[in-house]
Design a protein around this ligand. Structure first.
Ligand SMILES: [Zn+2]
Length: 364
């Protein structure tokens, strides 16, 4: 089968509370509410937020792989001479890390640029959509405090969207456990303020069938050491041992009642002091939440990049037809750094770090 693209599914485990305001990936943005899915009202991390930081981190990773090229990243070419307002001339380097702009500064737009090809560019009125397309990260397992300690909830439609059948409830007001080893005294469990009774039976993680026969994650990479396919291979075992299935309606209520809410104070950047009366609260996806998202890697062999008026093929270091692997490697260099540098606003306040797994991030 010769598809024009390849899809990878990634998991994101939040290491900190994650706050993504509706403004997208601008770092340091202050906003009270987080981005939500319109239909379900569930918090999400928009794909643009992930691709924005991944772009900057890919650029950063490639710079650190090339430390011998000071102030001129491997992809910062060609350098350009600009004339400043006072008539003096200066050499500038394009940094492909940022968002780019109308004037085209910032993106080199070269057909072999690891950053511009993967994430797109706009230069001299030319714009090119990146070869990697990011989809929104949606909640898969959400941590809730209970009398048994933390448990992670998920819902019927989340499992369905993840392309898994068989995770169903007959009584929508009850919950079902995933693992018989999760001991629940008297079959009652409080999820935050909500007390629920258990429905008989378990949702068996390893024998869950795929809804359409194809898993979102290729089953070849989901084989455990004992040979069984585990659709949540990269989700920590402590989480998988404490999974609870609830109905969609209850899921949305429980999530929205258990978001992290913090209070902070606005700082005047000019004086460094607190702004009078500028106390504000903001919500965030709590730490230890598991989200999932897809990235589509288009095959660069099907695209051309215009350079000086001439269409050029995209240059990569893989075999013909496998250029998407080059895109993926470069994107994953950026995704990997989200664990250390985070997404969204308020990173300086210890927020936003997520450990990304799946794809090539697990040494498969
Ligand atoms: Zn570039």
């Amino acid at each position: 089968m010769n598809k024009p693209y390849e899809k990878e599914t990634y998991f994101a485990l939040t290491m900190d509370p994650v706050h993504i305001g509706t403004g997208g990936y601008r770092l340091g943005r202050v906003d009270n509410t987080i981005t939500r899915e319109p239909g379900t009202n569930l918090p999400k991390v928009p794909g643009t937020g992930i691709s924005g930081v991944a772009r900057a981190f890919t650029a950063m990773a490639i710079q650190s792989e090339n430390p011998m090229i000071p102030k001129k990243m491997k992809y910062q070419r060609p350098s350009r001479e600009i004339t400043k307002k006072d008539g003096t001339k200066e050499i500038v380097y394009d940094s492909c890390a940022g968002k780019g702009g109308e004037k085209g500064d910032g993106h080199c737009g070269e057909p072999d640029c690891e950053v511009c090809v993967a994430y797109g560019f706009s230069k001299d009125g030319n714009s090119f959509q990146g070869m990697a397309q990011f989809f929104d990260a949606r909640i898969l397992f959400f941590p809730v405090y209970s009398m048994l300690g933390p448990v992670w909830i998920t819902s019927e439609s989340i499992m369905r969207e993840f392309n898994i059948a068989g995770a169903t409830l007959s009584d929508k007001e009850r919950f079902k456990r995933f693992n018989a080893s999760l001991q629940i005294p008297e079959d009652k469990l409080n999820l935050g303020w909500l007390m629920l009774e258990r429905e008989d039976g378990e949702v068996n993680l390893t024998s869950l069938p795929s809804r359409t026969g194809t898993s979102p994650v290729p089953t070849t990479i989901l084989k455990r050491e004992d040979g069984e396919v585990d659709k949540f291979l990269y989700v920590p075992q402590e989480i998988k041992d404490r999974l609870v299935l609830v109905s969609d309606k209850l899921f949305s209520r429980i999530v929205n009642d258990n978001l992290e809410v913090r209070t902070s104070v606005a700082i005047d950047p000019a004086t460094g002091a607190a702004v009078d009366g500028a106390l504000y609260t903001y919500e965030a996806i709590p730490r230890a939440t598991v989200l999932w998202f897809d990235v589509i890697y288009n095959k660069p062999e099907n695209f051309r990049i215009k350079q000086d008026g001439v269409d050029q093929p995209i240059k990569h270091d893989k075999a013909d037809g496998e250029g998407w692997k080059w895109i993926k490697e470069n994107v994953e260099k950026g995704l990997r750094l989200i664990e250390f540098m985070g997404v969204g606003g308020m990173n300086t306040r210890g927020m936003g770090r997520m450990r990304i797994s799946g794809g090539g991030l697990n040494g498969k």
